[in-house]
Design a protein around this ligand. Structure first.
Ligand code: FES
Ligand code: FES
Length: 198
């Protein structure tokens, strides 16, 4: 037989459980429904943009919230550009926009209508590797290779910037491109060779 004390305790627990269930149901009703593939599905919020990627005009529909990185990888299938941190700290997502290197995870695709984007897939020309790519191979500038596309795009843009390069300058200029395998000395050797100053 239930004691009076236990009876009240059980009643209190039931009431609390009912309150919690009501709270979560109300909260769920307030939340908007988020579908992961809204951007790909072309919801009403999506808009058409045209960007030049590696010399080819590409038109796609994206929601305003889609980053350039996700548009390149998920919409255009250009998975050479890597997603490391997705918050602007690792440089794995580096691409060139109108000749300048940027973290593509930090910018929205809709901001780039009419821009010229170069990804790692656009670095080699007519089947020939870029001197930076050849130098990375010669100097073993990678281990796992995850950071390598970003390193290469960053290095090519750096050479195009026309700065006078030595080891310290290269380290500074490419400090936004992290390599968790620690290949930095080899990467610097590769960039020096590609710059013709090694
Ligand atoms: S994925 Fe963009 S900086 Fe790391
Ligand atoms: S080669 Fe592995 S992170 Fe750079």
């Amino acid at each position: 037989m239930l004691s009076r004390r236990r009876f009240f305790f059980r009643a209190a627990i039931s009431t609390l459980a009912a309150e919690v269930a009501l709270h979560f149901r109300a909260a769920a009703q307030r939340l908007p429904t988020v579908r992961p593939n809204d951007a790909a599905a072309g919801t009403s919020a999506a808009r058409a943009i045209t960007i030049n990627v590696n010399g080819v005009e590409r038109t796609m529909r994206v929601e305003p919230r889609v980053t350039l990185l996700d548009a390149l990888r998920d919409r255009l299938g250009l998975t050479g550009t890597k997603k490391g941190c997705d918050q602007g700290t690792c440089g794995a997502c580096t691409v060139m926009v109108n000749g300048r290197r940027i973290d593509s995870c930090l910018t929205l695709a809709v901001m780039h209508t009419g821009d010229r984007i170069v990804t790692v897939e656009g670095i080699a020309q007519n089947g020939s590797l870029h001197p930076v790519q050849r130098a990375f191979i010669t100097h073993d500038g990678f281990q796992c290779g995850f950071c390598t596309p970003g390193q290469i795009v960053s290095a090519v843009a750096l050479l195009n910037e026309g700065k006078r390069l030595d080891r310290d300058t290269i380290r500074t200029e490419m400090s936004g491109n992290l390599c968790r395998c620690g290949c930095y000395p080899h990467i610097v050797d590769a960039v020096l060779e590609a710059a013709g100053t090694s």
